[in-house]
Design a protein around this ligand. Structure first.
Ligand code: G
Ligand code: G
Ligand code: MN
Ligand code: NA
Length: 248
C-alpha cells in the first residue's frame, strides 16, 4: 500500500528523524540521558506517529532497516554528548532477529561509541512469549557492553518471576501506572511495583511525568530517574546540545 511504499522510501533516503527526550535525575533534576524517538514527516501528509508506522514496518519487513537507521543515528549523535546516556527503543521484530546482536556490535564499532552509554529499551510483550530466547539475547547484548532496559513495565503481563532471571539494567514504569498516583488502589500498585524492582537492585525510571506531584511521588517511591512532559518534551538534537551548553 501507499503508506508502506512511502515508509520504504523514507528509510532508504534517510528521511526519518530522531527526537530526544531528556531523562532526569530524580534528586538533582539534572539531565543524565535522553531517549531517542523516531519521527516521520510523510511528504504531502505531515507527521505520522511511530505508533502507526512501527507496526507497519514490523509486518512489511522494514523494521530491520528502520531499526538500524535509528540505532546508527542515535549512536552518531550521542558522540556529541559525552555526559549523556542515550536510550534507543528496540521493537520485538528487531529483537527476534538472531542477527540483531551482530547489528548492534557492527553499529557500535562503526560509530566508535562507548557501549555503556547506550541503553536498549525492550518492551515486555515479547519476552513473555519467548522467555528462554529473550534471556539469551539479553545476555549477548550485555556482553557487548550496552545496557538493557525493560520498557513499559506494568502495562501488560509482566511476570515477576522473569524479572530477576533476565538481568535488566533498568526498569521503566509505564505511564499508565504513573497516571494513577492520585488513586489509593493504583498508588499502592505503583509503590509495590517500584519496590519490587528495587528489591532486585534494579534502578527504576518513571515515565510520563506530567505534574510536579507525580515527580515528587515517584521520587519518594524510589525512582532514581524521571521522564515526562513536566520536565521536557522530545526535542531536536540541537536543542539538547543547547541545554547542555547552558548548564556548563
Ligand atoms: O514518540 P512517541 O510517544 O510518539 O512514540 C510512540 C511509540 O513509538 C512509543 O511506544 C515508542 O516506544 C515507540 N517508538 C518511538 N521511537 C521508536 C523507535 O525508534 N523504535 C521503536 N521500535 N519504537 C519507537
Ligand atoms: O513506549 P515508550 O515509553 O518508548 O514511549 C515513549 C513515548 O511517550 C514518546 O513518544 C513520548 O512522546 C511519550 N511521552 C513522553 N513523556 C510523556 C508524557 O509526560 N506524557 C505523555 N502523554 N506522553 C509522553
Ligand atoms: Mn521507550
Ligand atoms: Na515506555
Amino acid at each position: 500500500n501507499a503508506l508502506e511504499l512511502d515508509l520504504r522510501m523514507a528509510i532508504e533516503s534517510g528521511d526519518l528523524t530522531l527526537a530526544y527526550q531528556p531523562l532526569i535525575d530524580a534528586s538533582t533534576h539534572a539531565m543524565t540521558g535522553v531517549e531517542a524517538l523516531v519521527r516521520w514527516n510523510r511528504p504531502g501528509h505531515g507527521p505520522v506517529s511511530p505508533e502507526l508506522f512501527i507496526p507497519i514496518a514490523e509486518t512489511s519487513g522494514l523494521i530491520e532497516s528502520l531499526g538500524l537507521f535509528v540505532l546508527r543515528k542515535a549512536c552518531e549523535t550521542a558522540k556529541q554528548w559525552p555526559e549523556l546516556n542515550v536510550s534507543v527503543n528496540v521493537s520485538p521484530g528487531q529483537f527476534r532477529n538472531p542477527a540483531f546482536t551482530d547489528y548492534v556490535r557492527y553499529v557500535l564499532k562503526q560509530t566508535e561509541i562507548e557501549a555503556d552509554r547506550i541503553t536498549l529499551e525492550i518492551t515486555e510483550g515479547y519476552m513473555i512469549q519467548n522467555p528462554q530466547r529473550t534471556r539469551q539475547s539479553i545476555e549477548r547484548l550485555k556482553g557487548l557492553g550496552v545496557k538493557v532496559a525493560l520498557d513499559d513495565f506494568g502495562s501488560g503481563f509482566s511476570s515477576i518471576g522473569y524479572l530477576r532471571q533476565f538481568g535488566f539494567d533498568r526498569i521503566k514504569i509505564d505511564r499508565s501506572l504513573v497516571m494513577g498516583v492520585n488513586d489509593k488502589r493504583q498508588r499502592e500498585m505503583l509503590q509495590a511495583t517500584v519496590a519490587l524492582a528495587r528489591s532486585l537492585d534494579i534502578p527504576v525510571t518513571a515515565e510520563g511525568i506530567e505534574t510536579e506531584e507525580q515527580a515528587i511521588a515517584m521520587r519518594l517511591f524510589g525512582c532514581d530517574c524521571l521522564q515526562g512532559y513536566w520536565f521536557a518534551k522530545p526535542v531536536t538534537s540541537d536543542l539538547i546540545t543547547e541545554m547542555l551548553q547552558e548548564r556548563r
